[in-house]
Design a binder for this molecule. Structure first.
Ligand SMILES: NC(=O)c1ccc[n+]([C@@H]2O[C@H](COP(=O)([O-])OP(=O)(O)OC[C@H]3O[C@@H](n4cnc5c(N)ncnc54)[C@H](OP(=O)(O)O)[C@@H]3O)[C@@H](O)[C@H]2O)c1
Length: 343
């Protein structure tokens, strides 16, 4: 479900590595359907030819058999824009890979899609943080009741294994808190301002370079960081929070002169996420030159987990691209195919 940046990159990895993965893992992954909002939908129970799909999409902007208007052509002639719920019901599959856009305030329609798939007994893998930030407990319980998996490794640090590491490598150990830098738009803007740019100029540059969204307010006002904080609290510490429960600060009010003065000191400002089981916050913090967070710039991110038996464990993701996001999805798919039925 969804075939944009992340879905297509996953398809490219499957084209390049599918055979090898099958040989090494002992199973074959078949993509039996793809559904988009405006580029049509295709279903083939015997498995789609992903090379052909990617080539067709590049050529026409739509899935093979669909026109650029999202209406069917050829054998699909007259078919209307695909209905995603019908697709979930009709596509024969063991698992759904959900990569539709994020709505940070409602987590919809992705949450309803995921719920529909789980109720049909399909495993769900998603890159979309909204449903996990808002409805983790409900969706995880539904998945467990249905005997299927609900996995979401790509939601916080792309493919960096946070949830897999904790569930597979830290059995018997409890996460008691975390802190991290998890938003690249704010990293970029704060560094540009430190070099002397105004907030507006830094933001415009971030948008020109494709780092910030056309509507950057979700990053700048700390909502993206708050959603990631809620995901980490809910999943790692069984907190029952949503993004609105996170004490949140944004960067729009940071003083230009203050940041410029940091220039030669080696210190930097960052939007830092922090959480325990009982409270989460997103705050602007001054990072000292020698601190483990000091080198985190641009699209890189860092997460330190505080645990009861293993002390502090820190994960760093350096300069990720969409390949890491797609790998996170693939890793979850492999976990579905090879792991235990539910956890
Ligand atoms: N890109 C990343 O590196 C990254 C990293 C971490 C997490 N994520 C998350 O991964 C998800 C996908 O990101 P992306 O960059 O791949 O987004 P994208 O490029 O905008 O692609 C979204 C895809 O979803 C389709 N879609 C939209 N509404 C739909 C609906 N109602 N039913 C079915 N399909 C629908 C779109 O259809 P059309 O093709 O017709 O527009 C498009 O194919 C988002 O939730 C994002 O937050 C992405």
């Amino acid at each position: 479900m969804g075939f944009g940046n992340a879905g297509r990159e996953l398809a490219r990895i499957l084209v390049d590595r599918g055979q090898d993965l099958g040989d090494r893992m002992g199973f074959r992954l078949l993509v039996t359907g793809i559904c988009t909002r405006t580029r049509g939908a295709v279903i083939d129970p015997s498995g789609l030819d992903m090379r052909r799909i990617l080539a067709g999409l590049q050529e026409t902007g739509a899935l093979p058999g669909w026109g650029s208007t999202g209406r069917g052509e050829g054998s699909n002639a007259g078919a209307a824009e695909p209905d995603t719920y019908d697709f979930i019901r009709e596509c024969p599959s063991d698992a759904i890979v959900e990569t539709t856009p994020l709505n940070i305030m409602t987590a919809q329609p992705a949450t309803s899609y995921i719920e529909t798939a789980l109720r049909l007994g399909k495993h769900v893998v998603t890159a979309n943080k909204g449903p996990v930030a808002w409805h983790y407990r409900r969706l995880a319980t539904l998945a467990r009741d249905m005997g299927v998996r609900f996995l979401f490794e790509s939601t916080v640090m792309d493919g960096t294994p946070i949830f897999n590491m904790v569930s597979h490598c830290l059995a018997g150990c409890s996460v008691i808190g975390f802190s991290g830098i998890l938003n690249s738009t704010t990293n970029f803007i704060l560094d540009e301002m430190k070099e002397g740019a105004s907030f507006d100029a830094a933001l415009e540059k971030a948008q020109r370079m494709g780092i910030a969204e056309a509507d950057p307010s979700l990053d700048i006002d700390g909502w993206d960081s708050a959603a990631k904080t809620a995901v980490l609290m809910n999943v790692l510490m069984d907190a029952r929070v949503t993004p609105v429960d996170i004490d949140r600060e944004g960067i729009a009010t940071v003083d230009d002169a203050y940041l410029r003065n940091l220039g030669s000191s080696g210190r930097s400002l960052r939007l830092v996420c922090e959480g325990t089981r009982s409270a989460g916050r997103v705050r602007i913090a001054e990072i000292e030159a020698g601190h483990s967070f000091a080198g985190i710039a641009g699209t890189s991110s860092i997460l330190s987990l505080q645990t009861d038996l293993m002390g502090e464990i820190t994960l760093i993701e350096s300069h990720p691209t969409v390949t890491q996001t797609a790998y996170g999805l693939l890793n979850d798919i492999i976990e579905v195919a090879t792991g235990s039925p539910s956890h």
